[in-house]
Write a protein that binds this ligand. Structure first.
Ligand SMILES: [Zn+2]
Ligand SMILES: [Zn+2]
Length: 376
């Protein structure tokens, strides 16, 4: 009998089934990754509750593992051989367009499921498409030649490498998109894995003041923010964040606001506009709101604020994230709070959603699925 691969498949909104797929026959320019860690983030929560596709999908878009099988052409092209540990970006680029040539695979249409029904992207591709294994919530992942791979440095464990996605997003959004640098002042709203990653990115870049907001529910995460280098934290359920930001900046306001809140409505954006300095501040938003009634555009333009979009990461940000993890300079391992096996995929996603008691009073920060946990 052919070898079988166990996978957690999303079969309907909020529903996961364990299924077996035949081990694919890989082409000469492809490979198979034995998945060690698949990170779960807020995007998974959204995709699980309201899938954008009707087909069965193996979710899991933040994947780390070891090359288990590699075709000859794959090895020649990618410089990767069996046994190498890699982080695989979720984008599967075309490698022909200008974006791909710049390492900006996130903008390539070949990987954009929103505009291209035949797009390939890990965690967002039907399991009915050839090779089937298009998500990390499975024992193996199919890796074509045009997947974007990064070698994991020696000394970085698979669990730590599982943080590359949030950390690369933090580097991309804080440093590249918002331009945080030496002596900069920053307000980070929301102490989840993205917000905490941005604390590290900002400190590493030389920011003079990093302030993080959260609610009383986030007490443990705010404590973690301090351990990662935040200069001040604000519990917005206990004190007025605008007054506090003004106090902390001598009335000037901050250079940059990074909105890393999820589902917090319009309040963080409105606070951000007010908390920015008098002119030429920058705010990066994730834009979950389909509509924003009474958006204060006048105030935005009067303050000459640049409003920018947080959208994924570049090749370079992933490399920088791996270097940051390898350096051990910040206790980033403290972000990795929870692990689950494949059979617990539903529970793992619901833990990220905050639907289940995450245990220990700390709440979940970064949750990983370990597809081989509990197996021989
Ligand atoms: Zn993610
Ligand atoms: Zn492309």
């Amino acid at each position: 009998m052919a070898e079988q691969v166990l996978a957690a498949v999303r079969t309907a909104p909020g529903t996961t089934e364990l299924r077996e797929f035949p081990m694919p026959d890989i082409p000469d320019d492809g490979a198979l990754l034995k998945v060690e860690v698949a990170g779960i983030c807020g995007t998974d929560v959204k995709m699980y509750g309201k899938p954008p596709f009707p087909d069965p999908v193996i979710m899991g878009h933040e994947n780390v593992g070891v090359i288990a099988r590699a075709g000859r052409t794959f090895t020649a092209r990618k410089g990767l051989a069996e046994g190498d540990r890699v982080f695989v970006e979720h984008y599967v680029g075309c490698f022909r367009c200008a974006w791909c040539h710049q390492g900006e695979y996130r903008h390539c249409e070949a990987t954009d499921w929103r505009t291209n029904p035949d797009a390939r992207r890990y965690g967002y591709t039907s399991a009915e498409k050839p090779y089937h294994l298009w998500g990390g919530f499975a024992q193996y992942l199919y890796v074509p030649w045009n997947a974007v791979t990064h070698r994991v440095p020696d000394g970085v464990s698979p669990e730590l490498a599982g943080l590359v996605t949030p950390l690369s997003n933090g580097i991309e959004w804080a440093l590249v998109t918002a331009g945080v640098g030496y002596a900069g002042t920053v307000l980070i709203q929301g102490p989840g894995q993205q917000g905490l990653s941005q604390v590290v990115a900002c400190k590493q870049a030389g920011a003079a003041l990093v302030v993080v907001t959260g609610t009383t529910r986030d007490a443990a995460r705010l404590e973690l923010a301090k351990q990662l280098g935040a200069d001040h934290v604000i519990d917005v359920s206990q004190e007025d964040p605008l007054t506090r930001v003004r106090e902390l900046t001598g009335g000037r306001g901050v250079d940059v606001v990074l909105d890393c809140t999820a589902g917090a409505g319009t309040a963080p954006v409105l606070l951000g506009i007010d908390a920015l300095k008098r002119r030429e501040g920058t705010m990066v938003v994730q834009g979950e709101l389909a509509a924003f009634p009474d958006f204060p555009l006048k105030k935005l333009t009067e303050k000459a604020i640049s409003l920018k979009s947080a959208r994924g990461h570049s090749y370079r940000s992933c490399e920088l994230a791996l270097e940051q993890l390898a350096s051990g300079r910040f206790p980033l391992e403290r972000l990795a709070t929870h692990t689950f096996g494949l059979a617990e995929t539903d529970r793992a996603i619901r833990t990220v959603a905050g639907e289940l008691d995450a245990g220990g009073g700390a709440g979940a920060v970064h949750v990983s699925l370990l597809p081989w946990a509990g197996t021989a």
